[in-house]
Write a protein that binds this ligand. Structure first.
Ligand code: HEC
Ligand code: HEC
Ligand code: HEC
Ligand code: HEC
Ligand code: HEC
Ligand code: HEC
Length: 482
């Protein structure tokens, strides 16, 4: 009789089934019987038994069930099984043990009860995981992996005003927020609707997932905190050609600023989870104190203009940033032109607008900034400008004496763009004439009056420079004589 032709297929099927079943059994054993957490719980049972003071406690310890434990917090959408391994987390007797059995540091869980808060609201990580690598979730498709202990303070800000917390409980976070002010990050980034626009708004930078950062040049750990720290050490090393200056920070300062960045996240948390100090903070934001010009200047202007007393060479912008508190400038400019420059900025240059529709500052804040600039020197009564002369002669003078710094077409080069429409609108003829005549001390702008330019040449230059004035704009828009 010929051999059954399907015989070899039957064997193959049987062998495959057996192999699959073996794998399934092995997986079941690994997941259930030899799971890491079971060994952790058995070890914890030993520790409890050793620490038991009497027979009853010893019996209770020995009978501690080995089972998955979890904290379910529907209000936070959390199912946290961390306590399956971290069994001693709220037991003060476990302070001398190693992780995962050790008591939680800083008594944080006596204030935030485990049943109400769980763990991931502060730590992030994958709550439902039953082994530590998956709980950490760094290399998994998990948006918010476990924060390293030194960065965990970042999440305090979701429910607290960190400055109102007892000293030492969120020290890095508070330092990071201070550095943000001191380093003038607001000059290029918006936060709470206010700030410059050269960089992105940072309100939710702490909610970004790692896939939202460009990581092509990131070496080492691919986590957000490593991206942020490396970007602070050298922005252009991470984003080639970045216009963000190196913030010059020590290692602890980099950590503090990274914690502050991670804390920037608008989270939807139920009101009962917000601490009273957070509610006070939200109230204070809606009822701000009267604006303080010096503080606003530090926060929004100093990153580019420094003290403003001299003109600063910026190697990333490849141009001089004007000394806007320099007496020579402030004497020649009136309050209205200062306000126009600040409100509207100089489009097409790094100088952003700061009015309500751009940088988000209120009229009261703009006025405080103008008053702060004004405090360097009172406005002087400017000598009258000469009549506008011959534009063709002016063009030649400009090409010979000015174009090297201001650009042939007034487009701005290493010195300000004179063809800029906001400059044209804010500046009066008297201001331009005075700037050419007297120059500006402590800046590269020479005093052409001392270099032999008479009023006639200045009149010719004025005629040429005013050809860039947008039609009908004139200083008339400011209700003044041009
Ligand atoms: C209120 C916020 C908060 C909650 C809730 C919280 N933690 Fe923590 N936890 C922290 C902070 C902050 C630190 C770092 C403290 C420090 O500076 O040393 C920390 C530290 C730890 C450490 C020690 C880290 C180390 O390096 O030794 C462990 C372990 C830990 N937490 C586990 C848990 C577990 C498990 C839970 C849930 C049962 C939990 N935490 C709930 C904020 C919290
Ligand atoms: C399977 C057991 C297990 C689970 C589940 C688990 N952990 Fe741990 N955890 C450990 C062990 C073990 C260590 C000690 C690791 C070490 O020292 O290398 C640890 C350490 C930590 C640390 C110290 C910091 C660190 O990176 O070493 C923190 C914080 C922590 N766990 C938080 C959590 C949180 C939050 C969860 C829940 C999302 C969780 N763990 C779930 C076993 C676990
Ligand atoms: C999910 C919200 C939430 C998070 C996250 C959180 N807390 Fe709290 N915290 C609270 C609430 C709510 C209270 C209770 C306030 C009360 O009842 O007085 C509180 C109270 C406290 C208190 C005692 C009261 C006080 O203000 O002095 C301290 C200290 C404290 N938290 C520190 C921290 C620290 C440090 C962190 C970050 C590691 C943190 N909290 C994270 C919600 C939170
Ligand atoms: C002169 C302008 C300027 C200043 C000042 C500045 N930045 Fe930036 N920043 C930028 C620009 C432009 C980018 C986009 C290019 C890049 O990522 O490097 C950027 C990017 C960033 C990013 C990445 C944002 C994202 O979502 O990709 C962070 C975070 C950041 N800056 C934080 C800061 C902090 C904190 C400070 C203060 C120490 C600061 N910046 C000061 C211009 C600036
Ligand atoms: C060596 C470079 C240099 C030369 C040459 C130069 N300037 Fe300037 N100029 C500057 C700089 C830099 C500023 C900004 C000063 C500051 O930092 O406050 C400036 C400012 C000005 C301003 C005020 C612009 C503003 O935004 O308020 C005017 C007007 C001006 N220059 C006109 C001229 C004219 C006209 C000439 C030629 C006759 C000239 N400058 C030649 C460098 C130069
Ligand atoms: C990102 C960098 C940057 C920031 C931040 C910045 N400025 Fe400027 N600002 C400049 C540059 C660059 C110019 C010169 C524009 C040009 O070259 O045409 C300028 C020009 C000005 C001028 C005109 C000066 C003149 O010579 O006529 C004023 C006034 C001024 N800024 C005020 C401010 C104030 C007030 C703030 C803060 C609220 C501020 N700037 C923030 C870069 C900046």
């Amino acid at each position: 009789m010929p051999a059954d032709p399907s015989r070899s297929f039957k064997w193959a099927t049987i062998i495959c089934s057996v192999v699959s079943i073996v794998f399934l059994i092995a997986a079941a054993v690994r997941e259930n019987i030899s799971a890491d957490w079971r060994a952790r719980q058995a070890a914890f049972r030993e520790i409890l038994t050793r620490k038991a003071k009497d027979a009853a406690a010893r019996t209770a310890a020995r009978n501690l069930p080995i089972e998955i434990r979890q904290v379910v917090v529907p209000a936070l959408h959390a199912v946290d099984r961390c306590v399956t391994c971290h069994l001693g987390i709220d037991d003060p007797r476990m302070a001398d043990q190693a992780n995962p059995h050790r008591t939680h540091p800083k008594r944080l869980l006596t204030i935030h009860r485990v049943e109400k808060f769980g763990c991931t609201v502060c730590h992030q990580g994958q709550g439902a995981a039953l082994n530590f690598e998956e709980a950490k979730a760094e290399d998994y498709f998990w948006d918010y992996p476990l924060l390293p202990a030194k960065f965990t303070e970042a999440t305090c800000a979701s429910c607290h005003n960190p400055r109102a917390l007892p000293a030492g409980s969120a020290g890095r976070l508070v330092l990071g927020a201070q550095l943000y002010e001191q380093k003038g990050c607001g000059g290029c980034h918006k936060l709470n609707g206010k700030g410059g626009q050269l960089g992105l708004p940072l309100d939710n930078v702490g909610l970004k997932t790692k896939h939202q950062f460009v990581r092509t040049n990131l070496k080492g750990s691919q986590t957000n905190w490593n991206w942020l720290a490396e970007h602070f050490r050298d922005p252009a090393g991470i984003i080639p050609g970045s216009l963000m200056p190196v913030p010059a920070l020590s290692r602890p300062q980099v950590e503090a600023l990274t914690v502050f960045m991670l804390s920037l996240r608008q989270r939807d948390l139920p009101a009962e989870y917000l601490a009273p100090d957070k509610i006070d903070e939200q109230y204070a934001r809606l009822h701000p104190a009267p604006p303080d010009g010096a503080a606003l200047y530090r926060r929004y202007c100093a990153a580019c203009h420094d003290t403003g007393l001299f003109s600063r060479w910026d190697k990333l912008f490849q141009r001089f940033v004007p000394g806007i508190r320099n007496a020579a400038f402030v004497r020649a400019a009136d309050d209205e032109s200062l306000a126009v420059n600040v409100r509207e900025g100089r489009p097409g240059t790094p100088m952003p607008g700061w009015g309500p529709k751009a940088g988000g500052l209120s009229e009261a804040e703009l006025a405080a900034l103008v008053a702060y600039m004004r405090s360097s020197a009172p406005a002087m009564a400017l000598p009258a400008a000469p009549a506008r002369g011959d534009a063709a002669r002016g063009a030649t003078l400009f090409a010979q004496n000015c174009a090297g710094c201001h650009g042939v077409a007034g487009q701005g080069l290493i010195a300000p763009a004179l063809a800029n429409p906001v400059f044209q609108r804010a500046a009066t003829d008297a201001f331009i004439a005075q700037t050419i005549r007297a120059g500006r001390e402590n800046t590269p702008m020479p005093a052409f009056g001392r270099a032999g330019f008479g009023e006639a040449e200045i009149g010719d230059l004025l005629a040429y420079i005013r050809k860039w004035q947008p039609a009908g704009a004139a200083a008339v828009a400011l209700g003044r004589q041009p």
